[in-house]
Design a protein. Structure first.
Length: 348
């Protein structure tokens, strides 16, 4: 909303306390969030509720948020200009990733519990598996129904780009036929910065960035699961020696608990997806150091020592650069000169 425009006015009047709740279990059909308006319908999605609140404030709305009993995150509904025209806005957010990765048909294992080689080729499915993800999906579908514009105000990083694509995959089938999808890039939550981003930093989703996150996500999942199962299989084989020193985790999901009868705390070793970038950094560092050593000219300083008691033998330094080798040679030469002077004084 530009300077001098009319203030944003609240629109949504739906009962936010009654009706079906998420705890009641069934997902309801998408509600018509745009009833009664002939203005263009603009849906803006941030990555967390605090970001949605900042956007609503930047657009001129200072009222309270609404939250339906079936919604995961609150939303703001008001009228304000968009690109010089009147618009009905719904501003809301996700809570990070909407989907997660799982292996179709389960993770393939060998007889000893370790992962089989099939784990590196079997299909991975990304979908809303958990109940909170399913409710978030239903919320996005409801808000996107008949929307004319979708503004993806997710974080300006690779993960934000990937989450933006997740939102598009869910929302686009429910939007108007000629709807527009825009990615908004911003680095601050200040009102002036957000308004500037809305007018100057809108673009389409970067498919290359989305693909990069998908590759890393698949690598994390496959490598993390394979290494975790290998560690767990090792721990199981040597349980009697390791059970007192292994970390434990608590089974929270009833479906997982049913697979582990009479065990609430189960010793486990987890590789974890964070190890993939850590492993990359370690390998990259070693490769860089090796390349650096190949490129630099290395020398060793050799000192030959002769005496009546020990005979003749050589002393070698570590590999040094030419500059360091010359410096070491100067030090050794200086020490030998001093020794020669002391010997001459002694003979005199």
């Amino acid at each position: 909303q530009g300077r001098g425009s009319a203030p944003a006015t609240p629109i949504f009047r739906m009962n936010i306390t009654g009706g079906q709740s998420r705890q009641q279990g069934a997902l309801s059909a998408p509600q018509d969030m745009w009833a009664g308006t002939r203005l263009q319908r603009v849906l803006l999605i941030g990555e967390k509720p605090g970001v949605a609140q900042a956007w609503a404030k930047a657009l001129g709305y200072t009222g309270r948020s609404c939250r339906l009993s079936t919604f995961v995150t609150p939303f703001f509904s008001f009228d304000a200009d968009f690109q010089g025209e009147g618009a009905r806005w719904i501003v809301s957010s996700t809570v990070g990733h909407v989907t997660e990765a799982r292996m179709s048909g389960g993770i393939p294992k060998t007889t000893n519990g370790a992962a089989s080689l099939e784990i590196f080729s079997k299909e991975i499915v990304c979908d809303c598996f958990r109940s909170d993800q399913k409710w978030m999906k239903a919320q996005l579908e409801s808000m996107a129904s008949r929307a004319d514009v979708l503004i993806l105000a997710l974080d300006a990083d690779l993960e934000g780009e990937f989450i933006a694509q997740e939102v598009v995959n869910i929302a686009r089938p429910h939007m108007a036929v000629d709807a527009v999808v825009l990615r908004c890039i911003f680095t601050s939550l200040g009102p002036n910065h957000l308004r500037k981003a809305l007018s100057q930093h809108l673009r389409s989703i970067d498919e290359q960035k989305v693909a990069a996150v998908e590759v890393r996500r698949q690598l994390d999942y496959r490598l993390g699961q394979a290494c975790t199962l290998a560690l767990s299989a090792f721990a199981n084989r040597h349980f009697e020696y390791l059970h007192t020193v292994l970390p434990t985790f608590t089974v929270k999901d009833p479906s997982e608990a049913s697979e582990l009868p009479d065990q609430k705390h189960v010793p486990a070793l987890s590789y974890g997806p964070v190890q993939t970038p850590a492993l990359f950094l370690a390998v990259h560092h070693l490769a860089s150091e090796a390349a650096k050593q190949r490129q630099e000219q290395k020398s060793r300083l050799a000192v030959t020592v002769r005496s009546e008691q020990t005979g003749t033998f050589d002393i070698w330094s570590d590999l040094l650069s030419e500059a360091d080798a010359a410096k070491q040679l100067g030090i050794v030469q200086s020490a030998l000169d001093r020794l020669c002077k002391v010997a001459e004084i002694g003979r005199a």
